[in-house]
Design a protein around this ligand. Structure first.
Ligand SMILES: *[C@@H]1O[C@H](CO)[C@@H](O)[C@H](O)[C@H]1NC(C)=O
Ligand SMILES: *[C@@H]1O[C@H](CO)[C@@H](O)[C@H](O)[C@H]1NC(C)=O
Ligand SMILES: *[C@@H]1O[C@H](CO)[C@@H](O)[C@H](O)[C@H]1NC(C)=O
Ligand SMILES: *[C@@H]1O[C@H](CO)[C@@H](O)[C@H](O)[C@H]1NC(C)=O
Ligand SMILES: *[C@@H]1O[C@H](CO)[C@@H](O)[C@H](O)[C@H]1NC(C)=O
Ligand SMILES: *[C@@H]1O[C@H](CO)[C@@H](O)[C@H](O)[C@H]1NC(C)=O
Ligand SMILES: *[C@@H]1O[C@H](CO)[C@@H](O)[C@H](O)[C@H]1NC(C)=O
Length: 384
């Protein structure tokens, strides 16, 4: 090949992942009934570890004991989001298989920000947004969960809690349906994709407003809360103020994964990932607010009367939602994620267990099959 040919090949492979994205700042007015906890904000790593031990003690009731009451929280916040659409002129002509009539809202989990859906890694091919847009013809809106990344931060125990974040997801969903998000058209069809804590938000949102979504994909998810202590202990949490990259942007009360081995244990299945992605993960990692882990359980405890299609996609060796083994000796149809069916009173869920995978599916070698499962599931709804 001469230099000219090489240049053309390079340009084509760049557009293979070509899709257009715009960063947005979305103002939202939110309210929720938050829990008031009688918990002192830890100021150093020793106090963080003490709190984690209090939280994870078997048979313990630390959280219940520290509930002092409930309070209506409301305020104006700003959400950082990225809106992506298919490239107009994809190289294989496969774009725009249909008009751009549906948008997927992508909600990330604990430890990440919205870059989880479009990782600046390995030439950009760990990108859910690229596949959903360029290959399957959807628009996507990823957002930094309230409290994290470039969205508004807040007081990390009594303000940044699950239900206020769920209200942020409601505001974004309604904004898309009404066409009131500046720079984004109005959509009649809104699909919800979550990962981990993002999935529990989608569950809680649709339990609260069963007509708000046209289809759901919950990744890194189950409704078995028994394994959250594995995650909390495995993370080797430290005060965010001890992490130079994050310290300037967050207050005490935000906790960060302690080191790369802790990240690996909680997020990645053995042999399922490029070892170099660990160091990369340290550059994009985000902390969690204590109020988030205190309220995650309440999101998945109630029944859900959503009537639309639901897909659950979880790695076989997921730690936080399966305790490291989703089948646990059971048949495929009664894997721990498939057992969520009992909570959905008005729809039949589909379940995909990704062989060998861990919790952070988008960071593993199997990411193309995860992306495909979700988008093909949504594609089938469209045909139905
Ligand atoms: C959007 O913001 C992120 C985070 O600051 C940045 O990495 C990315 O390059 C921005 N994308 C665009 C299209 O401006
Ligand atoms: C808060 O918890 C402490 C124990 O750590 C207790 O002494 C105090 O009475 C509690 N305060 C309220 C208002 O419940
Ligand atoms: C939020 O903003 C609206 C105007 O956009 C204003 O009317 C309202 O008072 C604000 N609420 C709070 C709690 O600041
Ligand atoms: C991702 O890109 C790298 C480097 O360009 C390439 O080696 C790899 O095969 C690609 N993987 C996928 C799934 O496209
Ligand atoms: C969670 O899964 C474990 C292992 O399969 C099981 O023993 C336990 O009963 C499950 N708990 C709930 C609440 O479903
Ligand atoms: C498992 O589920 C699939 C569809 O979800 C169904 O076709 C199959 O009969 C089920 N198998 C058992 C053993 O229940
Ligand atoms: C859910 O199903 C029950 C029983 O079939 C029915 O009474 C109820 O109206 C349904 N709810 C919704 C929101 O469709």
């Amino acid at each position: 090949m001469n230099n000219f040919t090489i240049a053309i090949v390079a340009a084509l492979s760049a557009t293979a992942y070509g899709f257009r994205c715009t960063n947005l700042t979305v103002p939202v007015s939110l309210s929720a009934r938050n829990v008031v906890f009688n918990i002192t904000t830890p100021q150093n790593n020793v106090e963080v570890t003490n709190l984690i031990l209090d939280l994870t003690r078997q048979g313990g009731s630390f959280v219940e004991q520290r509930v002092q009451g409930y309070a209506a929280v409301h305020g104006n916040y700003s959400l950082a989001a990225t809106y992506c659409t298919p490239d107009e002129h994809g190289p294989d002509g496969s774009n725009r298989k249909r008009p751009l009539d549906a948008v997927q809202i992508l909600t990330h989990g604990l430890g990440f920000d919205r870059s989880y859906w479009d990782l600046p890694y390995n030439g950009g091919n760990y990108s859910y947004s690229a596949v959903a847009t360029n290959k399957h013809g959807y628009a996507t809106l990823s957002w930094d969960r309230l409290g994290v990344g470039m969205s508004s931060h807040g007081e990390p125990i009594n303000e940044i809690q699950a239900w206020l974040e769920v209200d942020a997801l409601r505001a974004l969903t309604e904004g898309l349906r009404h066409g009131s998000i500046k720079g984004v058209p109005r959509f009649d069809r809104v699909l919800h994709v979550g990962h981990s804590f993002g999935s529990t938000h989608v569950y809680a949102l649709t339990a609260m407003y069963p007509d708000i979504s046209d289809g759901i994909a919950l990744t890194g998810f189950s409704q078995n809360g028994s394994f959250v202590p594995y995650f909390a202990l495995g993370a080797n949490f430290v005060d965010v103020k001890t992490i130079p990259l994050l310290a300037p942007q967050y207050d005490h009360g935000y906790l960060a994964t302690g080191d790369l081995s802790a990240f690996q244990a909680n997020f990645l299945g053995p042999e399922q990932f490029d070892p170099a992605i660990l160091a990369f993960a340290a550059t994009i990692g985000q902390p969690l607010a204590i109020g988030e882990i205190l309220t995650i359980g309440s999101e998945i405890a109630s029944l859900n009367t959503f009537r639309g299609p639901v897909l659950v996609v979880t790695g076989e060796y997921d730690v936080p939602f399966c305790g490291g083994s989703c089948y646990n000796g059971a048949s495929p149809n009664s894997s721990i994620p498939a057992q969520s069916q009992q909570y959905w009173t008005n729809t039949s869920i589909s379940t995909v267990i990704v062989p060998g995978a861990g919790h952070a599916l988008n960071l593993e070698y199997s990411h193309p099959s995860t992306y495909k499962s979700i988008n093909e599931f949504f594609g089938q709804i469209d045909k139905a």
